[in-house]
Structures are given as C-alpha cells and as structure tokens.
Write a protein that binds this ligand. Structure first.
Ligand code: ATP
Ligand code: MG
Length: 294
C-alpha cells in the first residue's frame, strides 16, 4: 500500500535567547496509510503539536515536507480538519450554525438545504440531535467537544487531526467520546492522527502508535503496531492476551526509554525508517496466566 500521509525529514528550530538555535526535532520521518488511526505519544515539549500543526498546514517545517495524498502541504486546507483541546466554536452561532458554516465553506456551491442535511447528519452521528438550535454557552464541555467533532467530520476531510481532544473532559465523557470517534472513524474509513498523553486512549483507538523521544532533538524511536483486534471493545481490552505486553511497552517507553533512547540507539536504527514493533505476550508454560503486571 502506498503511503497516504508522509512526513519526510521535517525539522523545527527556534532561535535561542542568547544566540544560536534550539533544534526541537530534525530529519523526522513517518507515514500513515489511508483509513489508519495513528496516535503519537511523547513527553511534554518534544514537538507533538508542532508535527500536528505541520500536517494541518498551520506551521511550515524549517526543513523537509509533509505530504498528504501526493501533495506537499503548503498551508491550511479543508482537506485536513483539526480538533483542538479547546473546542474553538463560534459563540454567536448555534450548533447547527457552527457545523453548517464548515460544510458551506467546504462545498460553496451547495444549496442551504443540502448544507443543512449534511450538517444534521453529523450532528446526529455525535448524538446531538435535538440540541442543534442551542448556542455553545448552553452546552456542557462534552457537548461542545462533540460539536467540534461533528464540524471536523462534516467536511469529510482526508485526515482528521486531533491535539489531545479529550484531555479536558471528565473520565466518563472522555470514554463516551472516544467510543464515538472510534466508531465513526471505523465506519467511514476516516484517516486520523491524534496526540495523546493517555496510554489507554492510544491502545483503544490507535492502529499504530508513534513513539517520540524527549526533546530537544526529539526522534521517532519506534512505530508500535497495535496487536489487539480491530473490533476491540473498551470493556474487554484488558482480557486480550497481548494487552499487557502492549501497555507495558508504551509505559516503559514513557518512563525510561523516551529519555535514554538517544544514548542507547539500537544498532541498525535509521531515522528514515524507524523500527516497527508489535508487542505481544511472551509464550508461557501451559497453564500460566499471560498477564504481566502493569
Ligand atoms: N515560539 C516558540 N519559540 C521558542 N520555542 C518554542 C516556540 N513554540 C514552541 N516552542 C518549543 O517547541 C517545543 C515543542 O513544542 P510543542 O508544542 O510542539 O510540544 P508538545 O510535544 O506538543 O508539548 P505538550 O505535550 O506540552 O503539548 C517546546 O519545547 C516549546 O517550548
Ligand atoms: Mg502539544
């Protein structure tokens, strides 16, 4: 399969206060296939939002290029929708008004009936039917984020970009929204890229997880393939024999390897082709429980 999204040798550098410059990252490479859900995890400040902003076209890399569907990204486009941590809704417009605004920007030739129909389809998908006439000030935090999701998906983007979209929500609402985003992305074949600090969110949502080392000079240490079945359900994730192998691998990375990786670069490591790993349960003696302590 050819790469649908490819990040090719991108760099971000900032001038230092006393002269010179800090390299946040450089020569960073990874790619995504169409319909794939990727998460990126790494410590604060390593450059995750910078990567996402480059995919969104909100920032241009200092070197290298990000390519979507064969075209180099040169600026923002309705081909790429972003869901931020804060919902960024227009406060004077209703739910329907906010989503319709995005739809009519995407398809300027559409009649108002067609725009409304498309907007309502996505408002319904995120469970907000009945609230379409409300203004953002009349909605809970979770509902506002749902409007953000409906707005992003309603323009049928080539890629959905999410920067910690659920981190400001309570655990129950977060779980419900994760379920919704996962279901919609699977049903529509939506390609998605999400930044998260939450290992369990990555395990539940992602097909592949990009591990980014600490900055400055952050690197993509590995691409982790999720060994759990694609039709996994939140309630029995932990029963899958590979669940703890995957979870431990991610936690081990965040706790120690994200820091030590640079000093212990594995033999044969190439920035252009970060190793792809698939953590699975070690074979055990008959009768042993496969679970490892998290
Ligand atoms: N305008 C700027 N000038 C100097 N340094 C900057 C500027 N903007 C960002 N940085 C630095 O770039 C680095 C990467 O920032 P970025 O927001 O991409 O990190 P992040 O991985 O998303 O962090 P977090 O998890 O906290 O959101 C940070 O160390 C930040 O201090
Ligand atoms: Mg960030």
């Amino acid at each position: 399969m050819t790469d649908f999204i490819s990040i090719e040798s991108i760099a971000r550098r900032y001038p230092k206060a006393g002269g010179g410059e800090t390299t946040i990252f450089e020569d960073l490479w990874f790619s995504m296939n169409k319909g794939e859900f990727s998460c990126i995890i790494g410590h604060s400040g390593c450059g995750k939002t910078s990567v996402l902003n480059m995919l969104a076209g909100l920032e241009l890399p200092d070197d290298g290029v990000a390519v979507v569907d064969g075209r180099a990204i040169e600026g923002p486009s309705l081909d790429r929708a972003v869901i931020f941590q804060s919902h960024a809704l227009l406060p004077w417009r209703t739910v329907l008004g906010n989503v319709s605004y995005a739809v009519s920007s995407r398809w300027r030739e559409w009649s108002s009936d067609k725009v409304r129909e498309q907007a309502m389809r996505f408002i319904e998908l995120v469970g907000l039917k009945g609230s379409e006439s409300k203004k953002p000030s009349e909605l809970s935090g979770g509902m506002k984020q749902r409007v953000g999701i409906a707005r992003a998906l309603s323009i049928e983007p080539k890629i959905l970009l999410m920067d910690e979209p659920f981190s400001a929500l309570d655990a129950l609402t977060r779980g419900t929204l994760q379920d919704e985003v996962r279901r919609i992305c699977l049903d529509t074949g939506q390609t998605a890229f999400m930044i998260t600090h939450d290992v369990d969110e990555a395990i539940y949502l992602a097909d592949r997880i990009v591990l980014m080392t600490n900055g400055p000079n952050a690197m993509v240490a590995e691409i982790v393939e999720n060994p759990l079945p694609r039709d996994r359900r939140r309630i029995d994730l932990h029963k899958h024999p590979d669940y703890y192998a995957l979870r431990n691998h991610l936690i081990d990375f965040l706790v120690s390897r994200s820091r030590s990786f640079k000093d212990e670069i594995p033999e044969g490591y190439q920035k252009r082709h970060p190793p792809v790993v698939r953590p699975t349960a070690k074979p055990t003696a008959p009768g042993d429980d496969n679970r490892q302590v998290a």
